[in-house]
Design a protein around this ligand. Sequence first.
Ligand code: MN
Length: 209
Amino acid sequence: MSHTLPKLEYGYNALERWIDAKTMEIHYTKHHQAYIDKLNKALEKYPELQKKKVEELLKDINSIPEDIRTAVRNNGGGHANHSFFWSILSPEDQESFEGEISKCMHESFPELKSYQDFKDKFEEVAMARFGSGWAWMVYNPKTKKVELLSTGNQDSPLSSGLIPLIGLDVWEHSYYLKYQNKRNEYVKNFWSVVNWKKVEEIYLNAVAK
Ligand code: MN
């Protein structure tokens, strides 16, 4: 079984108020596809690993044979991160959030008084990532709290025992056509397409495990 692109639940132009159709198309059909192709190539010699979900490979990255570990970390990470990313975006306007995730966020970040405070903090994390990488809100099963962090390149929080709830790609390929050097505008506009219903669903699943 080889890895394939997940189905996009919306058209390339669906998220225009945040990102342009051309960027979406290239990002999905070229960048994401390239990670998948390289992951499949890396797994060619290891039929038993081909049966595993990419998330499983990343959770146990140190068990991956050394000769392909870096390839799986980079390209498996690229595949998992992008699949996750597409899944938490929505063309529907849903700026506000509520539910259990909101409670957990208040408990986890007592210093943050509003959604705006949270957004500011997340944007800080995204802007502080030097070079290519991702900004995340993750669930930490050990502390039962959510955390904000960034990872470099295509490193997945799964490899550190953390469960992604929100992920934002801050590689230049994800915004350069529309925003050029203005990563801060790209990051600020991100909130208008975050699918909080989906985030709540992922959070409830994570807590139930
Ligand atoms: Mn990307």
